[in-house]
Design a protein around this ligand. Structure first.
Ligand SMILES: [Fe+2]
Length: 242
């Protein structure tokens, strides 16, 4: 424990890799009803206060008293040892993924626009916003069972559409397409079942209307400056295929 505290003391100012408080549920920037008609108020409320809250609670339980207790969310998600604990893998992933999801969604009237650097990169990589939407939709639709569709910046600075099962995400060293997510679409049924039942494609088209491209653009800039992934080598850890 002493070595972890010393480690944290050293890195706390430099990396944000350590923390002193339990993980907490973030607040939405807008009221539950403001995402309608694309996502209904009840879905937003249950998704945040029941599903996301459960990931936060279970993550706090999983790390309490463990060697990983003092680590930040990012440190947990990039630690192969921590990820060997299934409850940490699932719940740290769930907390990180949902926090990102809430950040990139906004009601139409509150959205800020795509900035030039990301717009240019999307055009250069996918050809058009419509092609990006098609690729993301394909990733969302082809994800069997539960998971996420992502737009990530890879360690070699490429924009890539990816998908992960369950609550895995692209910063984990054990996934096949690694990178920093700048956009994530939750394709668990709990994200859409009340309004869309089994119509995942309709939900995808609806949630696309809520993407706040100004925030995604900011995340793109931050990802470009983040050396975390670039310094990590590809993992040899066994991948989980579901
Ligand atoms: Fe979810």
């Amino acid at each position: 424990m002493r070595s972890i505290l010393l480690f944290c003391g050293y890195f706390i100012l430099l990396q944000g890799f350590c923390r002193a408080q339990p993980f907490v549920l973030p607040k939405l920037a807008y009221g539950y009803g403001e995402y309608a008609p694309y996502i209904d108020a009840q879905t937003m409320e249950i998704h945040l206060t029941k599903h996301h809250q459960a990931y936060v609670n279970n993550l706090n339980k999983a790390v309490k008293g463990s060697p990983f207790e003092a680590l930040s969310l990012e440190a947990l998600l990039t630690s192969e040892k921590a990820l060997q604990v299934e409850a940490i893998r699932n719940n740290a992933g769930g907390h990180y993924n949902h926090t990102l999801f809430w950040e990139i969604l906004a009601p139409k009237a509150q959205q800020s626009i795509l900035t030039e650097p990301l717009a240019q990169r999307i055009m250069a990589t996918f050809g058009s916003m419509d092609s990006l939407k098609k690729e993301l939709s394909k990733a969302a639709m082809s994800r069997f069972g539960s998971g996420w569709a992502w737009l990530i910046l890879s360690p070699d600075s490429k924009l890539i559409v990816a998908s992960t099962p369950n609550q895995d995400n692209p910063i984990m060293p054990l996934v096949s397409e690694r990178g920093i997510p700048i956009l994530g679409i939750d394709v668990w049924e709990h994200a859409y079942y009340l309004n869309y039942q089994n119509r995942r494609a309709d939900y995808f088209n609806a949630v696309w209307e809520l993407i706040n491209w100004g925030v995604v653009s900011k995340k793109f800039q931050e990802a470009k400056e983040n050396k975390l992934l670039i310094e990590k080598q590809p993992s040899t850890h066994k991948k989980r295929n579901r």
